[in-house]
Design a protein around this ligand. Structure first.
Ligand SMILES: Nc1ncnc2c1ncn2[C@@H]1O[C@H](COP(=O)(O)OP(=O)(O)OP(=O)(O)O)[C@@H](O)[C@H]1O
Ligand SMILES: [Mg+2]
Length: 224
């Protein structure tokens, strides 16, 4: 009998630390955070304001480098203290949805998707993606004309371009009604990477309830 090697987890965070200097003080925004996310998992990250949620997401996204520790994606180290340029290295495999949607203000929704597709060298059909997130009828709108829910959907479409292995979302439902939150949640659950990983920062019980696992942060540390 042969035993195939276990595939690496999609995401592996090991001993992540991130410090910020503020005036004479040093703020430990993320302290010794380690966790893994398996294939197809949806994980929620919770914690009070200032507990390090966005800082952790930036480390996972390769937008920021940790002071110690490393981030692996599918077993490959993508971010560490001296990483040459984690963002460039992983642009095509990590999709990020921020609260403001991360959209370029003077471009239409469709053109925002086109720009993202070009940046990721993706040939994804942007109109099909807009239909998938229920925004086909808003393709020519500019971001300032979108509601909170539509902004979240547009941001999600941008994040999904190129079928990322890892989908990161920072409070995607913070600006929407409870009804819209429920429908965004269903959408996210349906379109997230089926074999990859999804990590959602949220204050919402509904979003946390849809997750397979919850990571609770307190003052930069994971609490059991
Ligand atoms: N660039 C920075 N420079 C200095 N301090 C920072 C920086 N970014 C974050 N911090 C500090 O690190 C800590 C964690 O911030 P972070 O934004 O990660 O919290 P959060 O959990 O996302 O909070 P919120 O729920 O309000 O979004 C806070 O004390 C914050 O002030
Ligand atoms: Mg935050």
């Amino acid at each position: 009998m042969t035993t195939a090697a276990e595939p690496a987890p999609v995401v592996e965070a090991r001993g992540l630390h991130r410090f910020f200097r503020r005036g004479g003080d040093e703020v430990a925004a993320v302290r010794d955070v380690s966790f893994v996310v398996g294939h197809g998992e949806l994980i929620a990250v919770r914690g009070p304001s200032g507990s390090g949620k966005s800082t952790l997401l930036a480390l996972l996204a390769g937008v920021d480098r940790p002071d110690a520790g490393e981030v692996r994606l599918d077993g490959e180290v993508i971010n560490f203290r001296d990483a040459p340029d984690p963002a460039t290295a992983r642009r095509r495999t990590i999709g990020v949805l921020t609260q403001a949607g991360g959209l370029i203000e003077h471009l239409s929704v469709r053109d925002n998707l086109r720009v993202a597709a070009r940046a990721r060298r993706s040939t994804d059909d942007v109109d099909a993606l807009l239909d998938l997130v229920g925004l086909g009828h808003r393709a020519t709108a500019v971001p300032s004309q979108l509601s909170g829910g539509e902004t979240a959907r547009a941001g999600l479409a941008v994040a999904l371009i190129g079928s990322p292995r890892l989908l990161l979302a920072d409070e995607p439902t913070a600006e929407v009604s409870a009804t819209e939150e429920q429908s965004l949640l269903e959408l996210l659950t349906n379109v997230r990477p089926s074999d990859g990983a999804t990590i959602v920062v949220t204050h919402s019980d509904a979003v946390a309830g849809a997750a397979q696992r919850i990571l609770d942060l307190s003052a930069g540390r994971l609490v059991a």
